[in-house]
Design a protein around this ligand. Structure first.
Ligand SMILES: Cc1cc2nc3c(=O)[nH]c(=O)nc-3n(C[C@H](O)[C@H](O)[C@H](O)COP(=O)(O)OP(=O)(O)OC[C@H]3O[C@@H](n4cnc5c(N)ncnc54)[C@H](O)[C@@H]3O)c2cc1C
Length: 455
């Protein structure tokens, strides 16, 4: 009788509780996938809100994202697939981000989303457009397995012989898709992006953003689902250590030095940080620690929110091409007006920077001033309608490395065979896609492994 009460149909002991460290997209995605199968989870989050790196804030009655966030691949994204799988996709209203343009020589050019758009892309000489198609078309029809064969090659092997304007096209795509420059992008990863954007292969090149404003809406919805299923999300609760004995997880130690027993723990923040923080020195060997440390290569950015009293453009995203500091200008109020009070408009400009800039207030100010100057050049009404600006810098944007040799299956594994009951998810772990898509993808891939152990 007892057996019947405590075991699920698939034979899992339902009294067991999986502890998840971190309530960002990957931690909450994993929690939701497990909760969907009646597995008890307990999520520990050290900060006072869910969302991790996507956590938004209120500022002068605007919703400010933690740096601009956009969801790539819209309804084919891993985030969307997870919400669909657990039956809560209708809770997330998405605004489509499809009015995207390049800006060059005082003209705007539509961002190409298919063959016809590329043929019409006047930013590039016609002959180069044909050349571009000859490069992109075969990529978009590759299989995912074939793309994997190019994971150790650089994207620039393909782009280095191209003319300047065609190269600029790759600069813009890399900025949009990877928040990075082609020099640092693996050819295999770029190919996967082309495949996933190919509508003939069930993909999409559409982007989305939560219609109610704030990218952390996604985490809030996941957290709500996890709690509705009887599980706890403990905010302001840090996990200090994971206890391992005889190659098995036996529990965790929380911020109050209390031992909590469990035989399954999921770590959801960048593995190269977690390995140093959460374990005794001798749990992992040096070779493994060095391998994980290689993933410690993050993208850093400076982004400035600007608020204007006038709508200076009706487009959603503008990519200035050429010698601009501002690599992207995001008109957030044009994506959804709900981020701002009536008659005020929010936009944001961003640029990747060397990580040391993020700790230098003078540099942050200088770059932000340069962005202001550039936006004023593109939009003469900008400066006089500017109400306030708020520069910010992030050292850790993504833990996704796009460099050759460090992508997809070369990232941190979800499971360590030597230690039973220990799992890693998040954007530093095996997955493809950028940022939040990769974080959610890692949860989809890790979830069956946790289920297997619970059985
Ligand atoms: C400025 C900026 C712009 C970005 N733009 C985009 C974009 O446009 N599109 C996109 O898809 N992605 C973007 N990203 C990247 C995206 O935010 C991340 O890839 C994604 O949120 C990572 O999710 P995660 O769950 O793996 O990790 P995190 O969000 O980092 O979650 C880990 C959580 O663990 C918690 N934690 C850590 N240690 C402990 C502990 N010991 N105990 C308890 N809790 C702990 C942290 O507080 C955190 O909440 C951007 C990021 C930044 C910073």
């Amino acid at each position: 009788m007892l057996f019947k009460t405590y075991r699920s149909k698939s034979g899992i002991d339902l009294r067991k509780k999986v502890i998840i460290i971190g309530a960002g997209i990957s931690g909450l995605s994993t929690a939701a996938l497990l909760a969907n199968e009646d597995i008890s989870v307990e999520v520990f989050e050290k900060s006072s809100k869910v969302g991790g790196r996507t956590t938004s804030m209120k500022f002068r009655n605007h919703i400010l994202d933690n740096g601009f966030h956009i969801m790539p691949f819209y309804k084919t994204s891993a985030v969307y697939q997870i919400l669909k799988k657990v039956g809560i996709v209708s809770r997330l209203k998405l605004a489509l981000v499809d009015d995207i343009v390049f800006f060059q020589d005082r003209k705007f050019f539509k961002y190409p989303r298919g063959i016809i758009d590329i043929l019409k892309l006047a930013i590039i000489p016609f002959k180069s457009r044909i050349k571009l198609l000859q490069i992109l078309f075969p990529m978009a029809f590759l299989s995912m397995e074939k793309a994997e064969e190019h994971d150790n090659r650089k994207l620039t092997e393909i782009t280095e012989r191209l003319d300047h304007s065609t190269k600029s096209f790759f600069d813009a795509v890399c900025m949009l898709a990877f928040a990075d420059i082609p020099e640092r992008v693996s050819l295999g990863e770029f190919m996967r992006t082309m495949i996933r954007a190919n509508p003939f292969k069930g993909g999409t090149s559409e982007f989305a953003y939560p219609d109610e404003g704030g990218y952390d809406k996604i985490s809030e919805i996941l957290a709500q689902y996890v709690q509705e299923n009887g599980n706890e999300i403990k905010l302001n609760s840090t996990i200090k250590k994971i206890s391992v004995k005889d190659n098995k997880v036996i529990g965790v130690i929380d911020g109050n030095d209390e031992f909590i027993e469990t035989d399954s723990v999921v770590v959801s923040y960048p593995a190269y940080i977690a390995i140093k923080e959460l374990f005794e020195e001798d749990v992992f060997d040096e070779e493994f620690k060095n391998r994980v440390e290689k993933l410690n290569k993050t993208t850093s950015v400076i982004e400035t929110h600007f608020c204007t009293s006038k709508k200076i453009d009706s487009r959603q995203v503008v990519f200035p091409i050429g010698n601009y500091t501002s690599k992207g200008i995001f008109f957030i109020s044009n994506i959804t007006s709900k981020v701002s009070p009536p008659d005020e408009h929010l936009l944001m400009a961003g640029t990747p920077v060397p990580s040391e800039y993020t700790e230098n207030p003078e540099k942050i100010k200088e770059i932000s001033q340069q962005m202001k100057k550039e936006i004023s050049e593109i939009y003469p009404d900008f400066e006089k309608s500017l109400l306030w600006d708020r520069p910010m810098a992030w050292k850790l944007v993504e833990a996704v490395v796009k460099e050759p040799g460090l992508v997809w299956k070369q990232k941190m594994p979800h499971e360590i065979k030597k230690i039973k009951g220990l799992y890693f998810v998040g954007d530093s772990t095996i997955s493809y896609g950028i940022g939040t898509d990769s974080a959610a993808h890692s949860s989809m891939l890790c979830h069956p492994k946790i289920m297997q152990q619970l059985k």
